[in-house]
Design a protein around this ligand. Structure first.
Ligand code: NI
Length: 426
């Protein structure tokens, strides 16, 4: 039983860029099965009149921590050390497993309603997050956060990650990676052990690298290498790796990332908010690195809205380089969609026959999209997420006329309030 999205103004891939035009999009099962032409035997069970809608591929949030949404607006205007060690970690220590379920649902509500269909999540509560994803209908890459100096200490966590992956082997919305937290929280032997498990199990890695100047300075003082070299020397780059931040990366670091096919996730709001600076995105692209975009967790962003992130990404490099051609609207949209699909090895990220049907419709009557003139520019510079009316993920409608069909929003708000009270945050 199929869905016909009729007469949408759709943003389709056009070589390395995007092209906008009026199209009918046919969805059957989980896939996009036709554009402008129904495939043979297509049975339409639902027609969406999209004559007043802009259709785009679902945005992919390539780095976040969805369990952190109850920590929104509780640790602001602090140094990175005071933020992480002084405020966030003490709250994390008091979390109960089910808190992560409700917080992940809250993050997912915000993401779906602002046009994100897939996220790459690093956290310690994978069972709770997979439960939330199963219910929300989102696509997710779930990465078990791993921290430690000694490899032997952590077999339980790795075992949990593998068990969770095996339990969801038949759910194609969920894939699993290992998430060694960062060079400063994982010793070299530990990282080597994680890389070996990843290699043996055919899993990718999701890690934070070179997030702050302090991290880079300490790495030089302790190990006489850069964070990128430290992670490479531990064998992590021998498996497919997606690295968050990469702010303090030298020219030689960028060459290493490119040589090993490491994808970098830039997180402009979080990086700026923590006073960590900016990833050298134009220079990474120039070196041949696949760059994608993420929000990071709500404790440091404080939003899970990829439109805001796209706007920041497209603007900050023009501002810091004094070059208005830097990080174009077209590149920005690619970083929020198909570059991330490539980084996460997912058959999504563009509106093409054969890709998964992860689609977002925006209201062309919204003041922020009027007049539209150039859809790709509108997505990077003027949209804010409030224009999103409908979201389809894996061929299922999860947001219809701005109403979430999969999550009880009121219940989630109630549970989050209860959690915040217990944690003394409210
Ligand atoms: Ni992070």
């Amino acid at each position: 039983m199929g869905i016909l999205i009729k007469g949408a103004l759709a943003v389709l891939p056009d070589g390395a860029a995007h092209a906008t035009g009026r199209h009918d999009i046919y969805v059957d099962g989980t896939d996009i099965v036709g554009i402008d032409e129904a495939p043979q035997g297509f049975v339409c069970s639902q027609t969406i009149d999209a004559s007043n809608r802009l259709a785009i591929p679902g945005l992919i949030n390539a780095h976040t921590h969805t369990y952190m949404s109850m920590m929104r607006n509780v640790a602001d205007d602090l140094s990175f050390a005071d933020w992480l060690f002084g405020t966030i970690e003490p709250i994390e220590d008091r979390l109960e497993p089910e808190d992560a379920y409700w917080a992940s649902l809250l993050s997912q509500i915000e993401m779906i309603k602002s046009g994100t269909t897939c996220f790459n999540d690093m956290q310690m509560h994978i069972g709770q997050t997979t439960r939330a994803v199963r219910e929300s209908g989102m696509r997710a890459v779930i990465c078990r956060g791993l921290v430690g100096g000694e490899y032997d200490l952590d077999e339980r966590r790795i075992r949990e990650a593998l068990e969770e992956r095996d339990a969801f082997a038949n759910c194609d919305r969920l894939t699993f990676r290992l998430g060694p937290h960062a060079p400063y929280s994982c010793g070299p032997d530990y990282l080597r052990g994680v890389a070996e498990v990843a290699k043996r199990e055919g899993m990718g890695i999701h890690i934070h690298i070179a997030e702050s100047q302090t991290e880079t300075d300490n790495m030089w003082a302790d190990h006489h290498c850069t964070p990128v070299e430290y992670v490479r020397d531990a064998g992590i780059f021998d498996v497919p790796t997606i690295a968050a931040h990469c702010i303090r990366v030298s020219e030689s670091d960028r060459a290493i990332l490119a040589e090993h096919g490491v994808s970098v996730v830039t997180n402009p709001a979080s990086n700026m908010k923590l006073g960590n600076g900016f990833a050298p995105v134009p220079e990474l692209v120039e070196a041949g690195v696949n760059v994608c975009l993420g929000t990071d967790g709500a404790a440091s962003n404080n939003a899970q809205n990829m439109f805001r992130e796209m706007s920041l990404l497209a603007l900050i490099h023009k501002g810091t380089h004094d070059v208005p051609q830097c990080v174009s609207a077209d590149e920005t949209l690619a970083m929020a969609t198909r570059n991330a699909a490539r980084a996460l090895d997912l058959p999504t990220g563009s509106i093409e026959v054969g890709k998964k049907a992860d689609l977002v419709l925006l209201d062309l009557d919204a003041p922020s999209l009027t007049p539209l003139n150039n859809a790709v520019a509108a997505l990077s510079y003027s949209a804010n997420g409030s224009e999103v009316t409908d979201v389809i993920i894996d061929g299922k409608v999860v947001l219809q006329d701005r109403t979430l069909l999969t999550i009880d929003e009121e219940r989630v708000r109630h549970e989050i309030a209860r959690i915040c009270t217990r944690l003394g945050l409210a």
